[in-house]
Each structure stands twice: as structure tokens, then as C-alpha cells.
Design a protein around this ligand. Structure first.
Ligand code: ADP
Ligand code: ZN
Length: 839
């Protein structure tokens, strides 16, 4: 094949929305460069970019740099993922390079490492001349000489203050001064482990097997046991096992003795990290595939399957109350999807990516699933990604970033709990919403999307109302279980009549005791972790605040510290007031930790023997702790599961008959037009954990100081739809989503004056139009974070006039252009389209 120079366009992971042309010299095979990563030098840095196009007509105005190194041997992005990323970059106003970077599992961004060996040489005239021509060569040589360990290309570039070292390296090598001992790329690699294979004749031929047994009987009872174990495994179709696993039961000599007899082979093999640490205990109740669908489930399933049969893009909204068996609809439709030879993607919010959910799917589709989430190690995530890429896993289950899963021939995308705000990436770029992106991906790949929720977002419910999505409803619980009784406890009036003990009403405590006596499960929900929220002086009302941010410091009792949850600043918590000297600061607000203490004390003083476990971000950090906690609770070894949102989602245990919401008001008064919607969603979700059994009824108690708030009233009546119809009128009048596209431009600076001028200038350059409303500068509730002052511009982009957001994007671009004409060096800004952030 002829070799020639190839010009390619590369997307770099920087905030510049532009592609850059590089060249590959004497490249032999140009057929599949697109989708491969390349290391290049850019503005004195070395960056990993992705080749997204060829440049047939490269500019001759400047020297086109060479690619430092081609990283992949074959594309790691398909054209379809690149197309999706291009859409995200365009819509959310990020660069394509930033977006492609977000699409790869972390740990796959490589750093090229160079190990150069200095060869023996004589320093003569030629040597001197060689360096005289280029001082950089000498410099590089000296750096390498003093370097006894591997060094990255980036480091060399920095040391030499040059954009490209490859030419110098090559020269040194040609001259015989160095030798590349190894040019390796540091990144996650496939893992290899010693694997024992025993697909040998001995286990298929009974005579041979018996002979082996006889031999072993005499020589070693251990070997006999090992043979029996392997035989059993081979009978159930298993042909290999990890050496390490066998070592749990047998000594190395025993295992090796079979190797000597050629009964087994031991080899280093590539393995999937995910295949280990497989739980022994399962949290799945049954293999749900065997359940018979209820009528409502069947209608929903059929509608989705027939849409898949048409192989056309279509979006469904599956509104199914908690416990209605949405999961079974997912299972059935995924099954049908695989039967057609296609692949399926199930997105779930990080927080409901519980061990129980995964077990339920594993039970039906064992071995077909790759799970991707943020708490995995880089290696695990890389393996899951590879498994999907190579079609060994035809189902991907994952949180937000799994929308980029490298599945081919995609037939179905399910977005469970589609209302969850965590589908929106807040920072950094691209600030995409995985739910909305799912719909776009499906439309590109002619796939079907199912958005599922017991409490759909108003945006999605609205889209179903105007028939943009097809609405599927499951309004009764699946297996004969009844919706729980829900009751509000007015904490103000209970307090006045002496019916409150600390944080709990007497009524709630009575109910808790009665469940403990019956050995039924109790879930308590408090949407705030830690101990008290903050300290306050009862005398002068002093509240300790962060010195970098305009927020109160959170009180952590165990460490006796005050901590800022925004910047990490910590200070010692004093008992006395630092302002007026009052000796006893009071603890205000209540987190899960404080509730646990309080409840334990109460139970102890009433001589009630019960165990409480707290489940929140602080107690589930260790690998496996989350699962173990759920197992103890499901088996009845724990009476009370107390926690934050983690207990509100996706837990399905029959023994739970009481759900207590300790304080329903935490969400209610946030500066957020979605506060009511969010409160209702959370209350309905957490209530849904109760009464999952057909034989025991469930009860939900909600403590609130605002029992007449519409969100609370509708939660009591389990009336999502009624609340929607009320709220949507207000949203329409105020032009909030779904009637507008809500965008936020955030400006920050350490210099408050420059910030003020900059924001004004930005607004000044914003083209006027009837199609959107620009509000600002807005001083946010938290006006300073990490020592940087903040200002916002809020945009309501009216959907009726700007369907795809083209107008607002071009307006923002124009404003940015005008803004960039002046230099506000100390000011930074970010653009968040379809924002979910509080003001
Ligand atoms: P959702 O996800 O809608 O809240 P789940 O999928 O968790 O509901 O279902 C609730 C319970 O009902 C689960 O234990 C599930 O196994 C059971 N279930 C679902 N569908 C059926 C059915 N058709 N027959 C019997 N049990 C069912
Ligand atoms: Zn702070």
C-alpha cells in the first residue's frame, strides 16, 4: 500500500468550539481514522483529542503540526456516538472535544510515557556539532540523562518549553544517543488473571474420570475433592474458574498436580473485573420474567413492543404508580428487544442504582449486562465499557453518563425515574440532560424510548398531554398490594399540645414501637445528612458562616467541626458564641445522624430492643456496605432503616409497613420554581416503599409544619395528576418550563467591581427579541462561593417562538462575541441550557 500524508480534524478537550487540523506523515492505512484518539501538542501542552473528520483542503497559511502519537489501533467511537456528541455540543453550547471526553469512561484518557535509555557514546566533534545545530536537542538529552524513571511527553514539553518534542527525540535516537526502551501509554488496561480451564476429556468420558478418581483416592483425598468439584461444574456447563478462587478451597500443590496430569490447564487470561465480587446473596425476590403480566402491564408492554417492531423512533411516557411493576415492563420489553438482535440501554439515577435493582435484572438476563456507574473503579468501568463495545453485553444499565454507552444496533432506551434532576449534569461542560439526550439518541438510531416514573416531570407529562409522547398508565399496584394510607402530622399544633418529643411526634413514636413489636420493617426519611444543620447563638443570633462563601457552616458532631459543603472550609465548633460570649450555642436543624441518636436514646429509655441503621452518603462509602445494609434490613435483622434520598427510591421489601417522613418541609421553600413539584415527587416516592405486600397494609406518616401546602395535600391524596393540572397553570402564566427553556449564565470573579461591569456589558450586548426574556443581573441566594462573587443572567426562552432553541443559542453567541471585545480578565462565565440549578 502507498503511504502518504493525511490531514485530519481533531476535537480537543478544551473550551474552544472549533476543530483543529493536524497531519499524519506517511500514514499507510487511512480507512478508519475517524473515532480514534490522537495525542497532539497544542499551545505548549500535549492533549488527547479525537479524530472526527478528514481535512481534504488544509490551509496553507500556517505549518500544520504532526500528530505526536496515534493512540488507538481502531476507532473507539462509532459514527453514531460522534453524531450524538455533536448534537450535545451544539445544543448545550460546549465544545465537541469536551463532549467526547465526557463520553469516555474516566481513566481512558492516556498519558504517553517515555522511557529512554541512554546509549554508550563518545563525546567527539560530531557529537558537539549535533548539539550545536540545535540547543533543544542538548537540553532534551540532559533531561533524559538525569531522569531515571519514565517521563510523560507532557513533562518533557514543559521542561523544554516547546510544543513538540517528538522531532528531537527522533533525532537523538537516529544519532544513536538514546533508545526507546519502552513507549507505553498509561491508561487502564484489560486485566489478566490466572485462569484454570478444565474443558478436558476427563470430564466428558466417564471411564477416564473414574480412573482419575481411583488414582486420587489412594494418593490424595484433597485431589479427589477437587476433581469432584470440577466435575460438577463441568456438568453444569462451566469450563473455567479463577485460580485464585480455587485457592480458597485447595492448596496450590493439589491444583498443580492436576495440571501435571493434563487434566487442567492454567493460563493468564483476560478477565472482566465485574465478574468477581458477584454477590452471593441476592436481593431479588423471584425471577420476575416468570410473572404473568397484569392487564395494564400487558397493554404498556404491547404498545412498546409494536413500536419496536416498526423500527421507527418513538417516545413513550410510562406513568406507573409506585409498586405498579414498571420493572416488569422494562424486563419484558428488553427481552423482546434482544430477541430482535438489538441492544438495550437502561438509565437510572445514580441514587437508585441499588444492588436490588441490579439483582433483579441479573436474575433474568444473567451475563448479558454491563453496569456503569460513578462509584466503580476506573478499571471496572473500563471493562464494562469494553463489554458493551464488543457486544458481549447487550444490555447496559447505568447512570447519566451511560447515555454514551458504545452499544451498536440500539433498539430501546429506557429512562427510569425520568423526573430525577440528577440526569442533568451541573458541571463541568457539557451540561447535558441524559433524559433529553436519550430521546435525541433514539431519534438518530430509530430506536424506541420509554420514560418511566411514578411522578413524571412536568415537562414530560406536558409532552404526553400534547401528544408529543404516547402516555402509558399503570395506576394500580401489581401483585395485589394496596397503596398505603398516608397521613400528615401537623408539627405546629402537635407541639402546642405537648405531643412532640424532640424531632418526633408522639404519634410517630407510637407507630414505630408497634411495628417493632410486630417485627415489621420501618423506613424513616430525612432529606439531610449530618447532625444539626448549623449552630446559632440563642442570645445574639450569631450563626457561624464560611469565610469564602456566603453560606452557613454545617455542624458535624462526631468531629466537632463546622464545615462548608461548598468549599470544604472547616473550623472548630465552639460551645460558646464567638461574638457575644454566650456559653451555649444551640443546634438548629436536624440531619440523619442527629435523628439516629435521638431515636436510639428514646428506645433505650423505654427499654425497647431495636436496631437502627443509617443509610446516607456518609455510611455507604465502603464497597459492599450499601448491599449489606439492605440485606440485613430485608432479612429483618434491622428494624429501622433511616436515611436520606437513598431510602426513598427503588427499595421493594414486603416487610416494610411504616414509612415516616421526619420533616417534609426541607425542600418546600427552596428558591426554585420546581420546589412544589420536587416535594410532591419525593413524598410519593418515599411513601411508595410502604405496603409492598398483599397481606399487610402499609402506612405513611408525614411530619410537616405546612399541612395546607398544595404539594403536601396532593401527596396525602396520592394525587399527582391533580397537582400537575394546578401547577401547570401557574407555570404557563409565569412562563416557566415546560413553556420556556430555562437557561442560566453564571459569572464569577474575585473582583466584585469588575464582575458588576462585566455582567452589565454582557447584557448590553444581548440582542433584543420577543422570543425570549432576559433577566439580570440577578444576585443569587448564595452570592459568593470559594471566594468568588457570583452574578446570574436568567433567560426564559419561550418555546412557542423558539422550538429548538436556535434563536437563544445564536443570541448568546452574539452576546459572547460582543463581550469578548472587551477584556474582563478576572471574570469567568458558564452557560447552562435547560438549567436545574436553584437561583
Ligand atoms: P415499580 O418499579 O413500578 O415501583 P416494581 O417493579 O418494583 O414496581 O414492582 C413491585 C412489586 O410487584 C415487585 O416485587 C414485583 O416483583 C411485583 N410484580 C410486578 N409485576 C407483577 C405481576 N405481574 N405479578 C406479580 N407480581 C408482580
Ligand atoms: Zn465555603
Amino acid at each position: 500500500m502507498q503511504s502518504k500524508n493525511v490531514y485530519i480534524k481533531i476535537a480537543l478537550p478544551i473550551a474552544i468550539d472549533q476543530l483543529f487540523t493536524y497531519q499524519l506523515k506517511s500514514y499507510q492505512n487511512e480507512s478508519n481514522l475517524i473515532g480514534r484518539r490522537a495525542l497532539v501538542s497544542f499551545a505548549n501542552r500535549s492533549l488527547t483529542g479525537v479524530i472526527v473528520d478528514y481535512d481534504g483542503n488544509p490551509s496553507s497559511d500556517y505549518v500544520i503540526k504532526e500528530v505526536t502519537e496515534l493512540i488507538d489501533d481502531e476507532p473507539i467511537f462509532d459514527a453514531s456516538v460522534i453524531k450524538l456528541c455533536s448534537w450535545i455540543a451544539e445544543y448545550y453550547m460546549a465544545s465537541l472535544g469536551e463532549t467526547l471526553k465526557a463520553a469516555l469512561p474516566q481513566g481512558m484518557s492516556p498519558k504517553t510515557i517515555i522511557k529512554a535509555n541512554i546509549l554508550p557514546h563518545i563525546e567527539n566533534d560530531a557529537f558537539e556539532a549535533f548539539f550545536k545545530n540545535s540547543p533543544k536537542r542538548k537540553e532534551l538529552f540532559d533531561v533524559l540523562k538525569n531522569q531515571n524513571k519514565a517521563v510523560s511527553v507532557g513533562t518533557l514539553q514543559k521542561k523544554l518549553r516547546t510544543a513538540s518534542v517528538s522531532q528531537f527525540l527522533t533525532k537523538l535516537e537516529e544519532f544513536g544517543l538514546i533508545e526507546f526502551k519502552e513507549v507505553e501509554t498509561k491508561r487502564v488496561k484489560a486485566k489478566k488473571m490466572k485462569t484454570v480451564r478444565f474443558e478436558s476429556q476427563y470430564f466428558s468420558d466417564d471411564e477416564k474420570y473414574l480412573e482419575l478418581l481411583k488414582q486420587a483416592e489412594k494418593k490424595s483425598p484433597q485431589r479427589l475433592k477437587l476433581l469432584e468439584m470440577l466435575y460438577e461444574m463441568s456438568q453444569s456447563g462451566i469450563g473455567k474458574v479463577l485460580y485464585k478462587e480455587l485457592l480458597n478451597y485447595f492448596s496450590a500443590p493439589t491444583i498443580n498436580s492436576l495440571k501435571k496430569l493434563n487434566v487442567i490447564s492454567i493460563e493468564l487470561e483476560e478477565v472482566d473485573r465485574n465478574d468477581f465480587n458477584k454477590p452471593v446473596n441476592s436481593l431479588a425476590r423471584t425471577n420476575e420474567f416468570e410473572l404473568k403480566l397484569t392487564d395494564e402491564q400487558a397493554i404498556a408492554t404491547n404498545a412498546i413492543v409494536s413500536a419496536m417492531n416498526k423500527e421507527e423512533f418513538k417516545t413513550f411516557l410510562l406513568h406507573g404508580v409506585t409498586g405498579s411493576g414498571k420493572t416488569l415492563v422494562y424486563i419484558q420489553t428488553i427481552h423482546e428487544c434482544l430477541k430482535k438482535g438489538k441492544t438495550a440501554l437502561l438509565l437510572v439515577p445514580e441514587i437508585s442504582l441499588t444492588p436490588q435493582l441490579i439483582d433483579r435484572f441479573e436474575k433474568v438476563f444473567s451475563g448479558e449486562i454491563a453496569v456503569i456507574h460513578s462509584r466503580m473503579s476506573d478499571g471496572d468501568r473500563y471493562d464494562a465499557w469494553r463489554k458493551a463495545r464488543s457486544n458481549r453485553a447487550r444490555i447496559v444499565i447505568g447512570a447519566r453518563s451511560a447515555i454514551f454507552a458504545p452499544l451498536q444496533n440500539l433498539g430501546l432506551i429506557i429512562v427510569d425515574e425520568e423526573h430525577e434532576a440528577s440526569y442533568k449534569q451541573e458541571s463541568p461542560n457539557p451540561r447535558y440532560n441524559a433524559r433529553d439526550t436519550a430521546i435525541v439518541r433514539a431519534s438518530f438510531e430509530s430506536a424506541v424510548v420509554v420514560l418511566g416514573s411514578a411522578t413524571p416531570s412536568f415537562e414530560s407529562y406536558y409532552n404526553a398531554q400534547i401528544k408529543r409522547y404516547e402516555l402509558l398508565q399503570i395506576l394500580s399496584r401489581a401483585d395485589g398490594a394496596k397503596m398505603p394510607q398516608v397521613k400528615a402530622i401537623d408539627t405546629i399544633s402537635a407541639g402546642k399540645s405537648g405531643q412532640i418529643l424532640g424531632t418526633f411526634s408522639k404519634e410517630m413514636l407510637d407507630q414505630i414501637i408497634s411495628r417493632i413489636e410486630k417485627h415489621e420493617g420501618i423506613i424513616l426519611f430525612q432529606n439531610r445528612r449530618g447532625f444539626a444543620s448549623f449552630l446559632e447563638c440563642p442570645d445574639c443570633a450569631e450563626v457561624p458562616t464560611c469565610k469564602n462563601c456566603s453560606v452557613t457552616l454545617v455542624y458535624h458532631k462526631t468531629s466537632n467541626q463546622l464545615r462548608c459543603h461548598y468549599c470544604g472550609y472547616t473550623a472548630k465548633a465552639h460551645r460558646f458564641c464567638v461574638r457575644c460570649g454566650y456559653p451555649n450555642m444551640s443546634e438548629v436543624g436536624t440531619g440523619t445522624q442527629r435523628i439516629e441518636d435521638e431515636l436510639n436514646e428514646f428506645l433505650l429509655s423505654n427499654e425497647i430492643d431495636a436496631s437502627i441503621e443509617r443509610m446516607d452518603l456518609d455510611t455507604t462509602k465502603l464497597k459492599g456496605s450499601h448491599r449489606a445494609m439492605l440485606e440485613r434490613f430485608s432479612e429483618g435483622r434491622t428494624d429501622i432503616l433511616l436515611g436520606t434520598q437513598m431510602v426513598a427510591k427503588g427499595i421493594d421489601f414486603e416487610r416494610v409497613t411504616l414509612v415516616g417522613v421526619v420533616n417534609a418541609d426541607i425542600q418546600l421553600f427552596l428558591p426554585d420554581f420546581r420546589a412544589g413539584e420536587r416535594t410532591l415527587q419525593l413524598l410519593l416516592q418515599v411513601s411508595g416503599r410502604a405496603g409492598r405486600s398483599s397481606s399487610k397494609s402499609g402506612e405513611v406518616l408525614i411530619q410537616t409544619a405546612h399541612p395546607n401546602n398544595p404539594a403536601i395535600i396532593h401527596a396525602l391524596e396520592d394525587d399527582y395528576i391533580g397537582f400537575y393540572h394546578k401547577e401547570i397553570i401557574y407555570r404557563k402564566n409565569a412562563l416557566y418550563p415546560p413553556y420556556s427553556r430555562f437557561c442560566m449564565i453564571e459569572f464569577t470573579s474575585e473582583d466584585d467591581n469588575q464582575l458588576t461591569t462585566a455582567v452589565k456589558h454582557f447584557i448590553f450586548g444581548f440582542p433584543r427579541s420577543e422570543k425570549y426574556i432576559v433577566l439580570g443581573p440577578v444576585l443569587p441566594t448564595i452570592s459568593k462561593i470559594r471566594g468568588r462573587y457570583r452574578r446570574l443572567i436568567i433567560i426564559k426562552d419561550i418555546k412557542e417562538f423558539d422550538q429548538n432553541g436556535n434563536h437563544i443559542r445564536s443570541a448568546i453567541k452574539k452576546a459572547v462575541e460582543n463581550y469578548n471585545k472587551k477584556k474582563f480578565a478576572k471574570v469567568k462565565f458558564t452557560v447552562d441550557i435547560d438549567t436545574y440549578q436553584n437561583v
